[in-house]
Write a protein that binds this ligand. Structure first.
Ligand code: ADP
Length: 618
């Protein structure tokens, strides 16, 4: 069994009995539908016929058991009652089939959605780096729906086609073997044609489905970046891009429908041909006098009944093709390995308590050829502050990403309080490490709920304390609804700086052992940033802080500063020691001090002046 069939089988776990019951109901319902046909057949060939001996012994036996031909001829209404009763019984079983297959499919899909959502929460960042959000959404919605439709209607249809065809065969053989052969002559052709068609549909649908994924992705990207699109007058360009993708989707969809139309016409030809064969050959034997009229009627009606589900095999196989594509796409999410959550820590020992961090010869790449971090080694004490400095792209955020174990380094070890980070349980490690990003995501909830997200059990006082350290408490109180202010989607009703400060409060409320501020105060004015860092310093010893920022004036109190360039550490020390040596730190410091003093006439003059400028201590 290939993986997708195995996955379908596995997902059906717990519901297989229901499906079995649905298929059994279907078989019973179908059997009753054929029994309905036997009533007029027996009436015509035995009860009303002048030559009842021509009818098959099976039918004559049944008529005898029901009271004999004379009795039934005198009570013809019994045939009507018989047909109605048998049809009603068939209808009841059809209802049971529908009910059980619908319940089973809904239950399977509910489980599937839960599994998908859970899996998405646990997939490594590398997976999300490569995946397009819109495509993931499409897999979790449209593909799941395709699969649901298949489970709800088509699985049972497969059973139906087989049963509808298989059920009357013994009856047909008992009635007339020649007519049985004539009735089934073209059936293998229809089945083979359906299978060939199924393969073509599967590849065509795969293209349509992928195009739909791209459509969703483009839409999602456009909506997320709507401000950028407007600001750069990119509406026309975006529209053209969407038109192109939409046009391609339409073309592929059109091809799929064309394929279907072709299928229906050919299979109609086969189906009608099969019926015409029964009418022609049966009619000939009827006129010849070797086929009783009731038996002729039975075969004609039976072919009409089973040819329909067989013709529907095309649709069933089409849906199977689509479902297999969908489950393949869903399977790619479900079967992707999760983030490793290894735990090799001895039971009972507290892994992270002080928050001392050490990097030992850590090298890392996101998958490209170049190393993003190249043999990085440093150590900091628990409860102190580390500042990371360096040009954009030098690897600062990557250090933060590794600490949060969004990624694992290819070489070297990262240890916290002497424990290898790779050996700590992911959940536990992340509970102790909080981070604030440059563009924090806030939920469409109240400010209180957003902050409480850091720790759901946080009391009001603790929320206020965290907000005070993050210098946002007073701002929040100025809002009409205070902490009950609702944050708009993606926090658009707050300014960038306010959002960053709320996110900081959210990180602080959990009292993290390690706090990472990744350009987290970039939208906050210098004065407030200094206030916040000062407040964090007053908590000294309570947490280890790793700050990535650009304004040196706010970083100068850090216990240790590391200057990175191209993924390597080029300078390391305290503010004083770094100012004392020639290098990037002193150059940036001089530049920023000149800017702050307003003594800068133009950039070049300062850059030129840097080598001549002496030490500029506090
Ligand atoms: P900094 O924070 O110093 O600006 P980063 O650590 O964000 O630098 O990035 C370092 C390098 O890694 C850059 O060249 C960047 O393009 C690359 N990079 C960052 N994130 C990813 C990612 N998710 N996938 C691939 N490359 C990345």
């Amino acid at each position: 069994m290939t993986s997708k069939y195995r996955l379908i089988w596995e997902l059906m776990g717990g519901q297989r009995l229901r499906y079995g019951a649905a298929i059994l109901s279907l078989a019973i319902g179908s059997a009753f539908l054929y029994l309905v046909l036997l009533v007029p057949q027996a009436t015509l060939d035995v009860v009303l016929s002048s030559k009842p001996e021509q009818a098959s012994p099976l039918i004559r036996g049944v008529v005898d058991r029901l009271g004999g031909a004379d009795f039934l001829r005198a009570n013809l209404w019994l045939a009507l009652v018989g047909m109605v009763t048998l049809t009603a019984i068939a209808g009841f079983f059809t209802y049971l089939r529908g009910r059980w297959s619908a319940t089973a499919s809904e239950e399977i899909v509910r489980k599937l959605r839960d599994r998908l959502y859970d899996q998405l929460q646990h997939l490594p960042c590398r997976f999300h780096d490569r995946a397009e959000t819109g495509d993931l959404v499409q897999r979790c919605t449209s593909d799941v729906e395709t699969f649901r439709r298949f489970l709800a209607t088509q699985i049972v249809e497969i059973g139906r086609a087989i049963i509808m065809l298989a059920a009357p065969i013994p009856l047909m053989i008992a009635l007339d073997i020649r007519m049985t052969l004539v009735s089934l002559l073209l059936v293998p052709g229809i089945v083979i044609y359906s299978i060939v068609f199924f393969r073509r549909v599967r590849s065509s649908f795969k293209k349509v489905d992928e195009a739909e994924g791209r459509l969703t992705s483009t839409l999602q990207e456009n909506l997320t970046g709507i401000r950028v699109v407007r600001a750069f007058h990119r509406q026309e360009h975006e529209k053209e891009k969407f038109d192109g993708i939409n046009g391609r989707h339409r073309l592929l969809d059109y091809r799929l429908y064309q394929l279907m139309a072709w299928y229906w016409s050919v299979s109609d030809f086969f189906s009608l041909g099969q019926k015409a064969l029964v009418v022609g050959v049966g009619g000939y034997w009827l006129l010849e006098g070797t086929l009783p009229v009731g038996t002729f009627y039975f075969f004609l009606a039976a072919v009409t009944m089973f040819i329909w589900p067989i013709r529907m095999m095309g649709r069933v196989l089409t849906e199977l093709g689509k479902a297999l594509v969908a489950i393949d796409r869903i399977g790619m999410i479900l079967e992707h390995p999760r983030e490793s959550a290894s735990a090799v820590r001895p039971v009972g020992s507290l892994p992270i308590s002080r928050g001392a961090i050490s990097f030992d010869c850590v090298s890392f790449t996101y998958g490209g050829a170049d190393r993003v971090l190249d043999e990085i080694s440093f150590e900091i004490e628990g409860g102190t502050t580390l500042a990371l400095l360096g040009p954009s792209g030098s690897g600062k955020s990557t250090i933060a990403n590794l600490l949060l174990r969004f990624y694992d380094p290819q070489e070297g070890t990262i240890a916290i309080d002497g424990h290898d980070l790779a050996g700590l349980e992911l959940r536990e490690a992340r509970q102790k490490i909080s981070s604030v990003m440059q563009e924090p995501f806030l939920y469409s909830k109240t400010l209180r709920d957003n902050i409480r997200l850091g720790r759901s059990s946080a009391r009001e006082g603790e929320i206020h304390e965290a907000a005070t350290v993050a210098a946002v408490h007073d701002t929040i109180l100025e809002f009409e609804k205070g902490y009950d202010t609702q944050v708009g989607e993606r926090g658009v009703t707050l300014s960038g700086g306010q959002r960053q400060r709320v996110a900081l409060a959210r990180a602080l409320v959990d009292d993290p052992t390690i706090l990472i501020l990744d350009d987290a105060l970039s939208a906050v004015d210098t004065e407030t940033e200094s206030l916040i860092l000062e407040a964090l310093r007053r908590r000294k010893g309570r947490q280890t802080t790793v700050v990535i920022a650009h304004r040196l004036s706010t970083l100068r109190h850090a216990d240790k500063t590391i200057v990175l360039e191209g993924g390597r550490i080029i300078q390391e020390g305290t503010h004083r020691s770094l100012l004392a040596e020639e290098g990037m730190y002193r150059r940036i410091w001089n530049l920023q001090t000149a800017l702050e003093k307003g003594s800068l006439k133009n950039l070049e003059s300062v850059v030129e002046a840097i080598p001549e400028q002496g030490q500029n201590d506090e």
